[in-house]
Write a protein of this length. Structure first.
Ligand code: GLY
Length: 407
């Protein structure tokens, strides 16, 4: 499933039997292809429900979570036309405190969950008009946010630029450290008895018009009653998946910087601060341990994860307009990741058109936020065969149905 090793599939649905020469390992109830946070939470929750579960990934806990800032921004990242997704985002945000406590207990690891709130600010008249529209949409949607003057914004966050023209205080949009979240999920999975196969999945095994498992890069054939494809932006790249079932996900590149706030400067920012500058979103997410995450570009460039001078320049330029003192901080990391974008920016959750194959992918900007609700929904469907009511709008089959309607 790695873009550099993907070859066009020559497998016809229903004929891709695992070759008898492949080494075999014991069968599982659930085989999760992809060990990012979405695959891991699915595996953890499935194992908790007594299902024998295995995860295939060369580097469990890697992927987009290693780059993501970890904003739990259901309210500040609200967009027109995404009200259905909003309901799912809010449901997951409500689950976060309990989820984080349970995962911390299960793994013995800290997650960096921080109920710090968010301040979205405007730097000029255009930004302010944009933010006013967002505020109106939030109020129409019954969400809590408060309009502040520029002076009130600076009183909350004294490092903000003097030119800030106003802002929205959203006390319910928090953060978690996605790297800690991923590490905790790996440990929780191990403790719950999940088996890890640390390599790429090469091909889905389909027989009798049903998914039966997968063949790994070294030729090992794994049999499983149910397969979950949870490979983030790579989810459309697995060989052997019938064309009509291939999830319509694409990689959307995000460049992200990490800075460090020296103790003498703390607290530099006390909550997430964000803005739309020249049409691009910029955000600053301050961790308790002094890390300050600065993101993110949004680029449709295929499988490119190059950190570019232009990307770094634009992020620093925009963040500097927002918080001028940022240029004093040590720059400790630059990195790019790939969001799994879907056609309607919402995830694909649950049964695909191929019996035995489920999808948990396409989370786009909201993978970290949607981790708790995804784990619950996937475990539910894996044990009962039914998607919970709240998740039904996100069935992967909505795209197939749409295509048929437009033919
Ligand atoms: N949710 C933040 C981002 O995708 O950049």
């Amino acid at each position: 499933m790695h873009p550099r090793t993907v070859h066009p599939s020559t497998t016809h649905p229903g004929t891709a039997h695992a070759r008898s020469t492949h080494p075999r390992t014991p069968a599982s109830d659930v085989l999760v292809l992809g060990g990012g946070i979405i695959g891991l939470v699915t595996a953890w929750r499935a194992a908790q429900r007594g299902l024998r579960t295995a995860v295939v990934d060369p580097e469990p806990g890697g992927g987009a979570a290693q780059v993501a800032a970890g904003m739990l921004a259901a309210v500040t990242e609200l967009h027109y036309g995404e009200q259905t997704l909003l309901a799912l985002n809010l449901a997951s945000a409500r689950r976060y405190p309990g989820f984080a406590a349970e995962l911390r207990e299960a793994s013995g690891l800290e997650l960096g969950y921080r109920a710090c709130g968010t301040l979205a600010v405007a730097l000029d008249a255009d930004d302010r008009a944009h933010l006013r529209e967002l505020h109106a949409l939030q109020r129409e949607s019954g969400l809590e946010s408060e309009w502040l003057s520029g002076r009130e914004c600076r009183r909350l966050e004294p490092m903000l630029a003097p030119g800030v023209r106003g802002g929205l205080r959203v006390d319910g949009d928090h953060q978690i450290d996605p790297r800690r979240l991923a590490a905790a999920l790996v440990t929780a999975c191990e403790r719950a008895g999940v088996t890890f196969h640390r390599q790429w999945a090469q091909r889905l095994t389909v027989a009798g018009e049903r998914a039966r498992g997968a063949v790994l890069a070294d030729g090992t054939a794994l049999a499983s009653d149910q397969v979950v494809l949870a490979a983030g932006s790579l989810s459309g790249q697995l060989e052997g998946v019938p064309p009509e079932v291939v999830p319509p996900v694409r990689p959307v590149k995000g460049q992200v910087l990490r800075l460090t706030v020296p103790k003498a400067y703390a607290p530099f920012l006390s909550r997430t601060v964000r803005a739309v500058v020249r049409g691009g979103a910029v955000y600053l997410v301050p961790r308790v341990d002094g890390e300050l995450v600065l993101g993110a570009t949004s680029e449709d460039l295929g499988w490119d994860t190059t950190v570019t001078a232009g990307g770094v320049y634009e992020l620093l330029r925009d963040a500097h307009e927002l918080v001028p003192g940022i240029t004093e901080l040590p720059l400790t990391e630059t990195r790019a990741g790939l969001r799994p974008g879907s056609p309607d920016n919402a995830p694909l959750l649950g049964p695909s058109g191929l019996p035995g194959l489920h999808l948990a992918t396409g989370h786009y900007r909201n993978g970290v936020l949607l981790t708790p609700v995804t784990g619950d929904a996937m475990a539910h469907v894996l044990t009962t065969g039914e998607l919970p009511e709240a998740v039904r709008p996100f069935t992967p089959q909505r795209f197939g149905a749409r295509e048929e309607l437009t033919v």
